[in-house]
Design a binder for this molecule. Structure first.
Ligand SMILES: [Zn+2]
Length: 108
């Protein structure tokens, strides 16, 4: 068993890459880059995707708790409403876009 240093996933001994997060399991001494190089490493792409998910969840929470979807009264103070009108789409669409970027850049 070979444990991933980034996500603690238990991989097979023969694996050179984590099956969960794509992080490299071979150290600098055992560089076996048979394929071409990518723009960003697997670890970087994974951390970008994790941050993007956090941003997306924050935006969705904002939408649910502040967007009038629940039985609670919505705070419609004008300054808060104007903040929500640009912050919520930024978080939701920005999070989705960043996640897609973190996933696509892994293969570029
Ligand atoms: Zn991993």
């Amino acid at each position: 068993m070979r444990q991933c240093p980034y996500c603690s996933h238990a991989n097979l001994d023969t694996d050179t890459q984590c099956r969960k997060c794509d992080a490299s399991l071979v150290g600098a001494a055992g560089t076996v880059y048979a394929g071409r190089r990518h723009w960003i490493s697997g670890e970087t792409a994974y951390s970008v995707r994790r941050k993007a998910l956090a941003i997306l969840v924050l935006g969705l929470l904002m939408k649910v708790y502040w967007g009038g979807y629940g039985p609670w009264p919505v705070m419609d103070n004008p300054s808060l409403a104007s903040l929500r009108s640009w912050l919520e789409p930024l978080l939701v669409y920005g999070g989705v876009g960043l996640y897609a970027l973190g996933w696509i850049l892994r293969f570029v």
